[in-house]
Design a protein around this ligand. Structure first.
Ligand code: AMP
Length: 195
């Protein structure tokens, strides 16, 4: 099995690129954000607990998302691997992932990191708010908290994965619209074809 992480700040284009990547490489896409939004929509206990944190732009507890990932690994067998989107987001989650993979006799195939400047994040998320209507995309202070949380808790993962020799970075801002998206996608294909 292949295990890829799609990494980057909010609004970097992870969800957009994931759609093509899972098809090209026959991967199961696991977005912890999508799973959590599903739990909220279904009104589960987990969703009720997670909602306030997500609406504030804060992270949900590590154990909650670690459980979701383990569950997905145990559920989907009929694929070439997994594309993790929005996980891990803390060093603790990254260590838990390493343990989960080691227990299975597997290892990480690579981290695909999409980088965009902070200035671009706001514009992208404001646009997404109009298209998708996500609650946590609506308020500037929530967007700012997500950016701050990314820098404080998630960005240290770049060094973590560089040290493991797993980190592959891509410019996530290659011009507007479908053409820019396609350029980013092609640059990812070139690397992922080798992993
Ligand atoms: P996303 O769709 O990846 O932007 O995630 C939306 C929200 O879900 C985040 O702002 C967090 O509140 C929560 N979330 C998603 N993934 C994680 C994670 N790996 N760890 C903690 N919280 C997460």
């Amino acid at each position: 099995m292949k295990y890829f992480i799609l990494f980057g700040p909010p609004g970097a284009g992870k969800g957009t690129q994931a759609v093509a990547l899972v098809e090209r490489y026959n991967l199961k896409h696991i977005s912890t954000g999508d799973v959590l939004r599903g739990e909220i929509a279904a009104g589960t206990e987990l969703g009720k607990k997670a909602k306030a944190l997500i609406d504030a732009g804060s992270l949900v507890p590590d154990e909650v998302v670690e459980g979701m990932i383990e569950n997905a690994f145990n559920t989907y067998k009929d694929v070439n691997g997994f594309l993790l989107d929005g996980f891990p987001r803390t060093i603790k989650q990254a260590e838990a992932l390493n343990e989960m993979l080691a227990k299975r006799g597997e290892e990480l195939s690579g981290v695909i990191s999409l980088m965009i400047p902070d200035e671009t994040i706001f514009a992208r998320i404001r646009h997404r708010a109009e298209v998708e209507g996500r609650q946590d995309d609506m308020k500037d202070e929530v967007i700012q908290n997500r950016i701050d949380t990314y820098h404080a808790k998630t960005e240290p993962l770049i060094e973590f994965y560089k040290n493991l020799g797993k980190y592959h970075e891509f410019n996530g801002d290659r011009g507007p619209g479908a053409e820019g998206i396609e350029k980013v996608r092609q640059s990812i294909y070139v690397e992922m074809d080798k992993l």
